[in-house]
Design a protein around this ligand. Structure first.
Ligand code: HEC
Length: 247
């Protein structure tokens, strides 16, 4: 039994207060919407621009320095070239485009064949060769075999790699220095002798290289490596491109 049956229960919030609350809520929502719109469309501030410009300048500077080191590699005290692997890495780090290019799957170059009767290497030798490549060549000649101009020449689709293996065996055993032009780019750096590789390792890695990256040349055997090693047993100096008749 209610005392005021005609008025119903007392409202929780009196009418006047309710309409004020409505106004306050409307204002809050309006401020939020306008504030968001302001942040979203406001022109970039000077601080942002400055930061971006500074980043760009730093990148250009690092790249220029790295590039300078690469094109004129520094020499060690004994006159040998200081190997610019770290510098090459700086170029990569400084230049996102170089990195992106490297990550792109290598467009298979036109197959280069050294012999009409092509012999495909067996899977085991290819697997071993890939492991040796990853250990001993990849930092310079890159996962794509495309090298990194103008410091590390490509070994994909180039005649030297697909020619007489004796030449590449020599590079691996004793190193190579002197100017050499590969695909129109002149390299004048030094490939160090590759340490700690057996005759079989060299045969495997060359077989892998000769049948990867679009190359299509016959496998190399440990006996071929052994013969080149024996013929140059007294040699200690790296090969010079001029002495090998390479240009
Ligand atoms: C430290 C870096 C480095 C490593 C490691 C290295 N190379 Fe090289 N390679 C070079 C450089 C630099 C040249 C060019 C030398 C010159 O300027 O005379 C070269 C040249 C060559 C060439 C002749 C040029 C061409 O492009 O055909 C071949 C072939 C080659 N390397 C194969 C290999 C193989 C195979 C391995 C691994 C077993 C290897 N290299 C490891 C840096 C390297």
């Amino acid at each position: 039994m209610s005392e005021h049956p005609s008025n119903g229960p007392r409202p929780l919030i009196p009418g006047q207060v309710k309409s004020w609350l409505g106004v306050v809520a409307f204002v809050l929502v309006a401020v939020a919407v306008l504030g968001y719109a302001f942040v979203a469309i406001r022109p970039t501030t000077n601080a942002d621009l400055d930061r971006r410009t500074a980043q760009k300048a730093l990148r250009a500077d690092t790249e220029a320095k790295a590039q300078a080191l690469l094109t004129a590699p520094a020499k060690n005290a004994d006159g040998t070239y200081r190997l610019p692997v770290a510098d090459a890495m700086a170029v990569i780090a400084a230049n996102p485009k170089v990195l992106a290019d490297m990550r792109k799957p290598a467009a298979a170059p036109a197959p280069t064949t050294s012999s009409a009767a092509f012999v495909k290497a067996d899977d085991e030798q290819m697997k071993r060769g890939q492991a040796v490549y990853s250990r001993t060549c990849i930092a310079c000649h890159q996962p794509t075999g495309k090298g990194l101009a103008p410091v590390f020449p490509p070994i994909a689709g180039v005649p030297i790699v697909n020619g007489d293996p004796a030449l590449t065996i020599k590079f691996i055993l004793h190193g190579l220095m002197g100017p050499i032009t590969v695909e129109g780019v002149t390299y004048n750096s030094m490939m160090p002798p590759v340490a700690g590789v057996s005759d079989q390792d060299i045969a495997d890695v060359l077989t892998y290289v000769r049948q990867s990256f679009g190359n299509q040349s016959n496998p190399v055997t440990a006996d071929q490596v052994k013969a080149v090693r024996a013929a140059n047993a007294t040699r200690t100096a790296p090969w010079n491109t001029a002495e090998l008749g390479l240009k």
